[in-house]
Design a protein around this ligand. Structure first.
Ligand code: HPA
Length: 248
């Protein structure tokens, strides 16, 4: 089954014929909310809203381990994350959809691994390619089939938040190779890999990152609201298509 983790702007899935909701407790505590099960185009999908259905959980307080565990326990194989980001690179203005291929993790103090505590053997997962190549290909195919522009590749910089970055921090991130910046990409991607799930993310640029273009002096998160809403609409179309390729 395919799972979709919805971020800011995506607290429900259009066209999801809901069959049931399930509240799940895991050994790591409670996920962000009930899992919503349903079908899109006849394919089974499970959805969870990363920040809770009322958008009340800030990025650093999300129980990423519980969310991934809850999905893994549903026999989910593939997870598509949808996340809002700031655009750093010139060709990534608000409204752009990006399929990142790399991650730089600047977060701290988050519960970021399943491999700790008790008498678990020391385990180092390979994370050279943080996103699943095959799932990325499926998403690209779906974007092509639904005629939605999606930039293939980009480095996602995960910051701690909940505050936005300083202009200097964005310059540093750009120097490090970061193309887009968000607060929820990690440890989610690493935990998915630890759990053996295929994971990829569709990043939706909601604003220019701090210090860039319209965000030169200040970020106005509402400035590009209609552009962001329209981009989320395009994500829905890609997701409707991806369930078809997921069935192959
Ligand atoms: N920075 C960090 N996270 C974000 C941003 C940003 O500019 N926009 C959306 N999520």
């Amino acid at each position: 089954m395919l799972a979709i983790i919805g971020g800011t702007g995506l607290t429900r899935l259009r066209n999801l014929q809901i069959t049931h909701r399930q509240v799940i407790r895991t050994q790591y505590g409670e996920p962000s909310g009930a899992l919503t099960f349903g079908e899109i185009n006849g394919q089974q999908v499970v959805f969870i809203a990363r920040h809770g259905y009322g958008h009340t959980i800030p990025p650093h307080e999300i129980n990423y381990r519980a969310n991934i565990t809850a999905l893994a326990e549903q026999k989910v194989k593939r997870v598509i994350s949808v996340c809002a980001v700031g655009g750093i690179r010139d060709n990534m203005p608000p409204g752009t959809l990006v399929l990142p291929h790399q991650i730089i993790d600047y977060t701290y103090g988050r519960k970021h691994t399943f491999f700790e505590g008790g008498d678990k053997p020391v385990t180092h997962i390979d994370f050279t390619e943080p996103y699943c190549h095959e799932l990325r290909e499926r998403i690209l195919k779906a974007a092509g089939a639904s005629k939605q522009a999606l930039i293939d590749g980009g480095t996602y910089a995960a910051t701690q938040g909940p505050r936005l970055e300083t202009g200097a921090e964005i310059n540093r991130i750009a120097g490090d190779g970061g193309d887009i910046v968000g607060m929820t990409g990690m440890p989610e991607a690493a935990l998915a890999k630890e759990a053996g799930l295929s994971y990829a993310a569709i990043a939706v640029v909601s604003n220019w990152a701090a210090g860039r273009r319209e965000s030169r002096y200040e970020i106005d998160m509402d400035a590009a609201e209609s552009i962001f809403d329209e981009a989320i609409e395009r994500v829905h179309r890609i997701l409707e298509e991806v369930v078809k390729v997921d069935a192959d």
